[in-house]
Ligand binder design. Structure first.
Ligand code: SF4
Length: 425
């Protein structure tokens, strides 16, 4: 324990100090403890962050990891109407797009040539999709770049594909795995509480179904990430209950690679803009983000050692600050970030490896490129002098090289046409 932490703990409120000291001794932080820690302000918050940093050091070491990857959101047309989502378009929208296989293959090849080890495929639930579409997509990706890792399909998409194919979640996951799927994003979780889900996304996959997809994947040896969207209408108890559920799943399966808290991006979200739900907050405040990440380290770090800051949601500066509050991973380069951009996030669609390494080093830590499953791809030295020159680092204008989300929605080549006129997938 550092001297700073020891002296800081002496100034902290008694009830919070007891939880912090017990967590440093290896005791579990309960849901009630987490709720109490959520009241930490000022010096108490500072001590909470110092304890999260100390636990991060013990559980994940001083390396900070990132992955070179590309997002391919292959369609924005969706039959759902999640109130927090500004990405989806209806089948009649002028801005609806659907990428054909050739374009997806081109994007995969380009990503591989740029040094990516992973592509992340997630999209709207388009009526053009069939029970075979996601399986075919895996094959298209593997034909384009046989060694790239396919990180794809949220539990909501797995449910959609399985229902179209008329098979169980598990049987569908086997089909995807046989076609090349490597891991699942643990998205479509938001807050795993059905009462709250009915408010923010009434037709969303239920908590039980989400858990079913995730645990089925883990049983098959398919790892997944875990996520939580916060800063909208949820309570402190909802957040802690969500993290406790993830912890219980992890203790049963060990299949989560990481936990990624995701700040609600409100600017364009119908939930906020159209006043569809009363009492919705405009995302978390800065202190709320620090607190949540630090509590996540305390509650989950023993079982899920990797805690990722999302530069897409938090911005790179806040993400760097979070490296001192429990975080050990900065996520991916993305190349094409669309979903948060559509919701009003202003942090861009690409983060180059050199930029990620710069902020990691400036925080006094060691940058490491990892793969999707946290195996080390490359370690880097304490200075940039010997860093390799990577193709992605040379990208000056990511819109020109990778295409922007806005341009995609206006591109006549990819305009969505309902099935019957042009069948894709
Ligand atoms: S969050 Fe996903 S399922 Fe919900 S509306 Fe948006 S694209 Fe569709």
């Amino acid at each position: 324990m550092t001297t700073e932490l020891e002296s800081c703990l002496k100034t902290v409120s008694a009830d919070i100090r007891m939880i912090l000291e017990r967590s440093l001794e290896g005791h579990e932080v309960t849901v009630m403890d987490g709720a109490l820690l959520s009241e930490a302000r000022g010096t108490d918050l500072h001590a909470l962050c110092l304890v999260a940093d100390e636990l991060r050091r013990r559980q994940a070491g001083d390396r900070v990891t990132y992955v070179v990857n590309r997002n391919i959101n292959f369609t924005n047309v969706c039959i759902k109407n999640c109130k927090f989502c500004a990405f989806a378009r209806t089948i009649r929208s002028e801005q609806g797009y659907f990428l054909p296989h050739e374009e997806i293959a081109r994007r995969v090849r380009q990503a591989w040539d740029m040094g990516a080890t992973e592509v992340c495929l997630q999209a709207g639930l388009s009526p053009n999709l069939t029970g075979d579409s996601y399986i075919d997509l895996c094959r298209v990706v593997k034909e384009a770049a046989p060694d790239i890792h396919i990180h794809a399909f949220s539990p909501e998409e797995v449910k959609f594909g399985a229902s179209l194919k008329r098979v169980s979640f598990k049987d569908y996951l086997v089909l995807l795995m046989n076609a090349g799927l490597g891991s699942l994003p643990g998205t479509s979780a938001e807050i795993l509480n059905d009462q709250l889900r009915k408010i923010i996304a009434p037709t969303r996959i239920s908590t039980a179904e989400w858990v079913d997809v995730i645990t089925s994947a883990h049983e098959l040896g398919i790892p997944t990430t875990s996520t939580m969207m916060f800063g909208h209408v949820e309570s402190v108890e909802d957040r802690m209950g969500h993290m406790d559920l993830l912890r219980r799943i992890q203790r049963g399966t060990g299949g989560f690679t990481e936990f990624v808290p995701l700040s609600f991006v409100h600017e364009e979200a119908p939930l906020f803009v159209k006043g569809k739900v009363s009492g919705v907050r405009p995302g978390p405040t800065g202190d709320d983000v620090l607190r949540l990440y630090a509590i996540a380290r305390l509650m989950l770090g023993h079982d899920i050692p990797n805690l990722q800051a999302s530069w897409v949601k938090e911005g790179l500066r806040t993400s760097q600050l979070l490296l001192s509050s429990g975080v050990n991973d900065l996520g991916g380069t993305l190349m094409n970030e669309s979903i948060s951009t559509a919701a009003g996030a202003r942090h861009g669609q690409l983060m180059t490896p050199a930029t990620l390494r710069r902020v990691i080093r400036d925080a006094g830590r060691n940058p490491v490129e990892r793969n999707t499953c946290y195996r080390i791809v490359r370690e880097f030295g304490p200075t940039a002098d010997r860093d390799p020159i990577e193709p992605l680092d040379a990208v000056q204008d990511s819109d020109a090289v990778f295409g922007s989300y806005e341009a995609l929605t206006l591109d006549a080549r990819f305009h969505y046409e309902p099935r019957g006129l042009r069948v894709v997938g």
